[in-house]
Design a protein around this ligand. Structure first.
Ligand SMILES: *[C@@H]1O[C@H](CO)[C@@H](O)[C@H](O)[C@H]1NC(C)=O
Ligand SMILES: *[C@@H]1O[C@H](CO)[C@@H](O)[C@H](O)[C@H]1NC(C)=O
Ligand SMILES: *[C@@H]1O[C@H](CO)[C@@H](O)[C@H](O)[C@H]1NC(C)=O
Ligand SMILES: *[C@@H]1O[C@H](CO)[C@@H](O)[C@H](O)[C@H]1NC(C)=O
Ligand SMILES: *[C@@H]1O[C@H](CO)[C@@H](O)[C@H](O)[C@H]1NC(C)=O
Ligand SMILES: *[C@@H]1O[C@H](CO)[C@@H](O)[C@H](O)[C@H]1NC(C)=O
Ligand SMILES: *[C@@H]1O[C@H](CO)[C@@H](O)[C@H](O)[C@H]1NC(C)=O
Length: 686
């Protein structure tokens, strides 16, 4: 067995990182260490790019340039996306390409579009797909995707094949099951299915949780052959010695997840260097790529930049974009890290440096960071205390680099305590005399020294000013393409997509059975799709709905003041007006554990009807078609929240003509309706 794994010098820091030297050396004489696999962003896990899709074209293109365009902004090397599974996967659900075993569709959602936009800008960008959950049929009534591993492998490889056939996209990497158990039999079935269908070049990353698969890799040569890189989440810059011992590439396959202010930028700068310096990780992928999900959904703003206002076009290029540029614009997939002690290490008075070299050894890029502890704390794991002080370091270039006389300099200093940020500015070149130069370093800086003459701080005019969600708002879906996801509606359970029958375009909830959940505590068997703002208190929301005759949901609802999304959506409170063929129910929560009122209704599946809900001045009125159903006192909690539509069970349901207005306009609409107690009796609940 020992022969099977390269005897790797486990340079995990102890040997060299602590060594105290005023002088840092960049020397290729002892050769290179590991291959650099790139810096990336993760779209999904889940629905994190949701609001980006329907930005005005002009701003949307600008945003995509900041993310993907080489030599412009973050210029990312890897785009990782969720393989939608019809499950809530953090900030929403993303559609599966196979809601059911008999269904296959490669036009759903926005990840295909995003991957194509990324490739358009950078044909060399690497694509990586990973599922968070799976549609229910994969689990066959269990909550595991491993009931029939060849079926699951077939399902995933169909997605990879769909990428190729329908979108001309080559998927470079595929993962197992995000932050959930892996199954070695499944990994083998996945590799076998990939090979059998011509995807020998799609490499397996495992297992997107911690390092635990390392011991299985050591014990199983077949598995060792299959796993291209061990992907660990939030490693805190450290890798496990077992993982190092496998000789596999080590990736921080999900990392960052920190609010994108300057501390977030500091976190990102520190981990981009130290994931290699401390943990030999050769790729780092940010969760998430872009924060394009509503405020008050979990982990708001945890992306490299923020774009949450498709209605205004406003977006913000945040610090992590420019921190990324320090590495991404000057080092590329296939470059190599210098060895620890010869161009990779810790600075004498805190901070770190990495040296990266192109395959022919002609270009050298050095990235230095001096992030202080409190200005670079990531959301997880806890960051042990350490000190950084201003320092002067002597840089010494040796080996092939000793003939370098000057390098280009790019400079960032994160401004705290009122100081202004300096972000990714080109500075005067640094001159080397006999391969030597001095560099003065302050705190919270990122400095790139590079022989590369490229590099650009891309810029567009200021985007339009920020605006609140526009009211009144109507949505009839008529301008959509088939299978698109309704814009601005952020599905938190269930999968909604645009369909058209009888010359009418509408949104259908497609999930007909409970999926293989990602959220640990599963979920209630309801779907919910939120819109607007969690600050909304008084509001009018109305929608046409239809429960299809075949595989229809038991009921549909409109709601106001829905206070939670993400995995917490299942315990959301709000004011929910459910319509069933024989009654209506007003509930204080999605799960309907707390009924506020119920009454009589009569309609048939296959008919369109309209539900309305007005919250105004302490009262709630509900309407069905043109009749007022009830008028009641508003419940004490919650005091504000999203508007929403949804279904009472997994099952098909159609929605159209969504209308949102402020309360006074809603009042006018309601006033035209008849209060019809003769038709609808009500029953109070206390
Ligand atoms: C750094 O370089 C300066 C000038 O070249 C030299 O005087 C000094 O001794 C060097 N310091 C160290 C620690 O090498
Ligand atoms: C597992 O799935 C495969 C492919 O979908 C199918 O051919 C096979 O019959 C299934 N095996 C079992 C035991 O159900
Ligand atoms: C598909 O993508 C490749 C690059 O990956 C490109 O060379 C080719 O022209 C594309 N084919 C089509 C039909 O767009
Ligand atoms: C860092 O933050 C901790 C906790 O907030 C605080 O006690 C400490 O003084 C801070 N250190 C510095 C150097 O600002
Ligand atoms: C469909 O609707 C469009 C626009 O309302 C109309 O022009 C067209 O005649 C309709 N087609 C049919 C078949 O009803
Ligand atoms: C309804 O569900 C059954 C399985 O539960 C399936 O066989 C059938 O095709 C579905 N019909 C539609 C229209 O979705
Ligand atoms: C609803 O009830 C409130 C409080 O009883 C009352 O002031 C209001 O006029 C009622 N609205 C309608 C439309 O009946």
């Amino acid at each position: 067995m020992a022969m099977h794994f390269p005897t790797l010098v486990a340079v995990v820091c102890a040997a060299v990182c602590g060594a105290y030297s005023q002088s840092i050396v960049f020397d290729d004489t002892p050769g290179m260490e590991r291959q650099f696999d790139g810096i990336g962003g993760l779209s999904g896990g889940g629905a994190t790019s949701k609001l980006l899709v329907n930005y005005p074209q002009e701003q949307r293109d600008q945003i995509l340039d900041y993310l993907f365009k080489p030599n412009f902004g973050a210029s990312l090397h890897i785009l990782k996306v969720e393989i939608g599974g019809d499950v809530q996967s953090t900030d929403g659900t993303e559609a599966s390409h196979m809601h059911n075993s008999w269904d296959e569709n490669y036009q759903r959602g926005y990840e295909w579009w995003l991957m194509k936009e990324a490739k358009k800008r950078n044909p060399n960008i690497k694509l990586y797909g990973l599922p968070w959950g799976f549609p229910g049929w994969i689990g066959q009534g269990t909550h595991s995707p491993y009931v029939n591993v060849s079926m699951t492998a077939d399902y995933i490889v169909r997605w990879i094949n769909g990428a190729k056939v329908y979108h001309n996209l080559t998927i470079d990497y595929v993962g197992i099951w995000n932050e959930r158990p892996y199954d070695i039999g499944y990994i083998k079935a996945l590799r076998a299915t990939l090979d059998a269908r011509g995807f020998q070049n799609t490499l397996v990353i495992a297992a997107d949780e911690e390092w635990e698969i390392a011991t299985d890799i050591q014990a199983d040569p077949e598995l060792a052959k299959i796993v291209h890189a061990i992907g660990c989440h939030y490693p805190g810059t450290l890798s496990d010695p077992d993982a190092v011992y496998t000789g596999k590439q080590l990736w921080a396959s999900e990392d960052y997840s920190t609010f994108n202010d300057d501390v977030g930028g500091g976190c990102w700068a520190r981990i981009l260097n130290q994931n290699y310096v401390n943990g030999l990780m050769t790729a780092t992928i940010s969760w998430n790529l872009i924060a394009s999900y509503y405020d008050n959904l979990p982990y708001y703003g945890n992306g490299l930049m923020t774009a949450v206002e498709p209605w205004s076009g406003n977006y913000v290029v945040e610090t992590p974009i420019w921190v990324s540029a320090h590495t991404t614009q000057f080092a590329f997939v296939g470059w190599n890290y210098l060895k620890h002690g010869y161009g990779v290490g810790k600075l004498p008075k805190g901070g770190s440096y990495v040296g990266l070299v192109n395959p022919t050894g002609t270009e050298l890029t050095i990235v230095i960071e001096t992030m202080s502890h409190n200005h670079s704390v990531c959301i997880r794991p806890p960051l042990p205390a350490y000190n950084v002080e201003p320092q002067v370091v002597n840089i010494s270039l040796a080996g092939k680099f000793s003939s370098i006389t000057k390098m280009n300099v790019w400079y960032t200093k994160l401004g705290f305590d009122g100081a202004k940020d300096i972000l990714f500015e080109k500075r005067d070149q640094i001159q080397f005399v006999n391969g030597k130069a001095q560099l003065s370093l302050g705190l919270d800086e990122v400095i790139t020294l590079t022989t590369m003459t490229t590099g650009q701080k891309g810029a567009y005019p200021e985007p339009p000013p920020s605006q609140p969600f526009p009211l009144p708002y109507t949505e009839d879906f008529e301008s959509y393409s088939l299978y698109e996801e309704p814009f601005n509606l952020a599905q938190q359970s269930g999968a909604y997509e645009i369909l058209s029958t009888n010359n009418n375009t509408f949104a259908r909830q497609m999930t007909i059975m409970e999926p293989v959940f990602w959220c640990k505590f599963g979920g209630v068997s309801k779907t919910v799709n939120v819109i607007g703002s969690t600050d909304w208190t008084d509001i009018y929301v109305a929608v046409d709905f239809q429960l299809p005759v075949i595989n229809g949901s038991l009921g549909a609802f409109v709601a106001a003041r829905v206070d939670q999304g993400g995995c917490e959506a299942f315990s959301a409170q709000g004011i929910f007006l459910f319509a069933f063929p024989d009654r209506y129910i007003v509930a204080n929560d999605l799960a309907r554990t707390k009924t506020l009122k119920e009454g009589y209704l009569a309609f048939e599946a296959g008919e369109w009807h309209r539900l309305g809900l007005l919250v105004q001045d302490g009262n709630v009125q509900g309407s069905f078609d043109n009749k007022i159903l009830f008028n009641m006192t508003v419940p004490v909690v919650p005091i504000s929240g999203f508007a929403a539509i949804g279904t009472d069970s997994f099952g098909l349901a159609d929605f159209d003509n969504l209308q949102l207005t402020g309360p006074s306009e809603g009042h006018k609409i309601m006033s035209k309706h008849l209060l019809s107690k003769s038709l609808y009796f009500e029953k109070e609940h206390h």
